[in-house]
Write a protein that binds this ligand. Structure first.
Ligand code: DC
Length: 229
């Protein structure tokens, strides 16, 4: 089973994706973490983001690994643990920039398909283009969204909890900037796949969204079962 979860940053994709993966014993793939790993590799290499050939070469030569259970997922770049380092706003912006380069997308989409297709029970993937490009035949597609203010508030509170020095205004501005780039890029922009179920999480808490997702999964699986009979 493949479950696709797309949507803008701060809509709750990764928390809910991890919850679903745990419940159904599926592989959880945080595809944003892969773009963040490439963004960090480019920052570390000190090259210009405009040099798209060099950026693509870095993506090609980067060994990115997602290791462990969904709730303690660790991200490795060339065997170095970068789990914490990739969560800064700077790396988020770098990820958003490298994700506009088609060759980078081609490389990462290839990894994502291989990982999803070879996992024993299936996978939950969260990202921007999962239902539209990576797995257009996913069994279930969710599109989680929320008002920018609600997403910025959540991200800001998460950052405060983790001891990162940011202001709400700065977080809001960065979310808007990233949204703008993610929806307007030419290759695989953030969009709602035709057959995706859209959930606006602005006014809902996690358990309410999770309950809605479980209900949809149940409806889809009983429809699939009745189509077989
Ligand atoms: O989900 P995230 O905030 O960690 O993602 C970081 C950036 O990576 C995001 O701004 C856009 C890009 N991204 C993408 O283009 N496609 C994906 N499937 C996942 C992330």
């Amino acid at each position: 089973m493949i479950i696709a979860i797309d949507g803008p940053s701060g809509a709750g994709k990764s928390t809910l994706g991890k919850m679903l993966a745990k419940k159904f014993d599926l592989l959880y793939l945080d595809t944003g973490a892969m773009y963040r790993a490439v963004g960090l590799a480019v920052l570390n290499a000190g090259i210009s983001f405009e040099d798209t050939e060099k950026v693509a070469e870095i993506a090609r030569n980067s060994k990115i690994k997602l290791v462990g259970e969904p709730e303690n997922l660790q991200i490795f770049l060339n065997d170095e643990d970068i789990t914490t380092e990739i969560r800064t706003n700077e790396v988020g912006q770098a990820a958003s920039i490298v994700s506009t380069i088609s060759e980078v997308r081609r490389i990462l989409v290839g990894h994502q398909r291989t990982l999803g297709e070879t996992s024993k029970n299936g996978a939950v993937l969260d990202g921007r283009d999962i239902g539209s490009v990576v797995f257009p035949n996913a069994d279930v597609k969710f599109f989680l969204t929320a008002k920018p203010e609600a997403r910025a508030r959540r991200r800001y509170e998460e950052d405060l909890e983790k001891g990162r020095a940011v202001s709400y205004e700065q977080t809001f501005a960065e979310i808007k900037e990233r949204d703008e780039r993610d929806v307007s890029r030419k290759d695989s922009p953030l969009m709602i796949a035709e057959d995706a179920v859209v959930i606006d999480t602005s006014e809902l808490d996690l358990s309410e969204v999770f309950a809605q997702m479980l209900q949809i999964l149940q409806e889809k699986s009983s429809n699939a079962a009745s189509n077989l009979t």
